[in-house]
Structures are given as C-alpha cells and as structure tokens.
Unconditional design. Structure first.
Length: 322
C-alpha cells in the first residue's frame, strides 16, 4: 500500500482522535480506529512485529524491516495518540471536574453512533451473533456498575494495569480508561502524564523521576498486552468477523450506562490532591438530577458527538492511493 504525505496526516489526525477517546473513561480508542477505517490494519501491523523483523533487518536492511510491519503507518498513528494524550490530559481532567454533563453528553453521542456503525458491519445475522450481543451487553453493563479498587501502590500492579488497559483500549467498545478506573489506576495514569509534562517544563527532577518510573511501568505492561492480544484479535477478524463484531457491539451497548451524562453520586473519596472524587454512582433521569441538568446543551452536544462519528466514517471510506 503506497501512501502520500496527506494520507499520513489523516492517519495522525485519527491517532489524535484515538488518544482523546482513550483519555476518557467509557470511550474506546479502538472504536475510533474502527469507525475511521484503520482498525484491521492496526491490529495486523502490530501482529507483524516479532523476531522476524530483526532477521529481515539483518538480511535486507532497515527499510525492508520497517516496511515489513507497516512502520510508517504505526509511527503516524501512535504519534497522533501521544500528541493527543499529552495535550488533552489537563483539559479532560478539568472538564471531568467542572463540566461533566457536557463532556459525557459528547461521548454518549459518539458511542451511540459507533454502536450503529459497528452493528451494521455484521453481514450475516444468526442466533450466535444475537446471543453474543445480548451476553456481552449484560456483561459490559455489570462491569460499569463495579466499584473501583484501591489506588495501585506497587510496580507489579502498575504493570498489570498497563497490560489490561491497553487490551481494552484497542478493543472497540471497551474503554481502557474505564478499566483503569475500575482498577483504581485512572487517577495515577492521568497524574503521571500531567506530572511528566510539569516535571519537564518546571525542571522538577524529583517529580519527573517519579512520573517517568510510573510511565515506564504502565508502558511496558501496555506493550506486552498489545502484542499478546493483537494476535488473537487479528485471528478473530480473519476467521470469526461477524461474531467478533457482535461481541464488540454488545460491549458498546452495555458501556452506555457508564457514560450516561446524569448521575447520582453514591460514594466519594478524597484523592491525593485533596479533592473529593466520585467512587460509585448510578444513572438517573435528567429530571431527577439534583443540580442544573443542562438539558438543551446536553442534547445539542449529543448530536455533535453523533455527527463526529459520521464525519470520521466519511474519512474512513476514503481509501488511500495504492
């Protein structure tokens, strides 16, 4: 597949969208990859990274090795993801604390449209696909009701969190950030990114050292999980595509409960910054919301989120030059 510079710019923009989704609990970067038309290429490219790359490098040079696993595509995509996460971490953190209804409304519209998009990719409906959607919808819903564990305090736990979260991040319909939230590591991950930036900009080497260690542990776990799970996903898409799409659709349907904009807080705790944060909540009707439900603005932003998927879908339908 031959690509021009503009194609790689679009791939980087899709990476930025994936990174933005991965920062927020309830939204999957894998969903963005899927609806923008790059998901299967992403999984297949990751799956090709193995020891044979080094053999190709030795025998035919770096360029052949780079092309063997679609290196330019992965570099453009992951550069976009990194740019997005580093630049949006503070903004997302602020929105979660100050404008939660509007933020969740946008992502509710995004995921709602994604469900329709992924569901319509199922070519052959059967009893197994219907059952898969029902079972995974129920499973995903009950996952959203789970109460997070305590914050991680060990290196092995951070490795484990990175491993599990990356699996969810590349799986459409399952939010890696939400898995981190359940594991009690979401705040640690967001603070790690923010502390990394602050440590570099302020020259606070103690802060930077701590952030780099946590970032390294999460990153190593993520790399291991990415490589292990990409092989399974690649096989499933090639041999059980309809069933795989049904499972993903079900996970997305169940996850809607987590990103429903109007919540009643059931349990809180004080985080490391001395702020009160929600530990457990439940979805309620806008009319039952204790404060300003922002109903009109919320509906408008749901529509904007829905339209965003349509725009990304149109980009996904534009095939690069071959």
């Amino acid at each position: 597949m031959r690509r021009q510079l503009k194609d790689y710019i679009f791939i980087t923009l899709k990476g930025i969208a994936m990174g933005a989704a991965d920062v927020v609990p309830g939204v999957s970067g894998g969903t963005i990859a899927f609806i923008s038309g790059i998901y299967e290429e992403l999984i297949e490219s990751i799956d090709k990274i193995d020891m044979s790359v080094f053999k190709t490098w030795k025998a035919h040079g770096f360029k052949s090795a780079w092309n063997s696993f679609n290196g330019s595509f992965l570099l453009a995509l992951f550069s976009g993801i990194a740019i997005s996460i580093l630049s949006l971490a503070k903004l997302i953190k602020w929105l979660l604390h100050n404008e939660p209804i509007l933020l969740w409304s946008f992502f509710f519209g995004l995921v709602l449209a994604s469900i329709l998009f992924i569901g319509k990719q199922i070519e052959n409906w059967s009893t197994s696909t219907i059952v898969a959607i029902m079972v995974t919808s129920i499973l995903s819903y009950y996952i959203t009701l789970a109460e997070p564990f305590a914050s991680p305090d060990s290196s092995m736990y951070l490795l484990f969190c990175g491993f599990i979260a990356i699996i969810a991040m590349i799986l459409p319909g399952v939010s890696g950030a939400f898995i981190l939230l359940i594991l009690g590591a979401y705040e640690t991950a967001i603070n790690t990114v923010n502390n990394l930036i602050e440590g570099v900009s302020s020259g606070n080497w103690e802060l930077l050292k701590d952030a780099l260690l946590k970032f390294f542990l999460l990153g190593v776990g993520a790399i291991i999980g990415l490589k292990v799970f990409s092989k399974l996903l690649n096989w499933m898409f090639k041999h059980k595509k309809n069933l795989t799409l049904a499972i993903l659709t079900g996970f997305m349907i169940g996850s809607l409960n987590k990103i429903w904009p109007w919540k009643k807080i059931l349990k809180t705790r004080i985080n490391s910054e001395g702020m009160e944060v929600t530990v457990l909540d439940e979805s309620i009707l806008p009319s039952s919301y204790a404060g300003d439900s922002q109903m009109l603005f919320a509906v408008l932003i749901v529509v904007i989120g829905f339209a965003t998927i349509l725009i990304l879908e149109s980009f996904g339908n534009k095939k690069p030059n071959t």
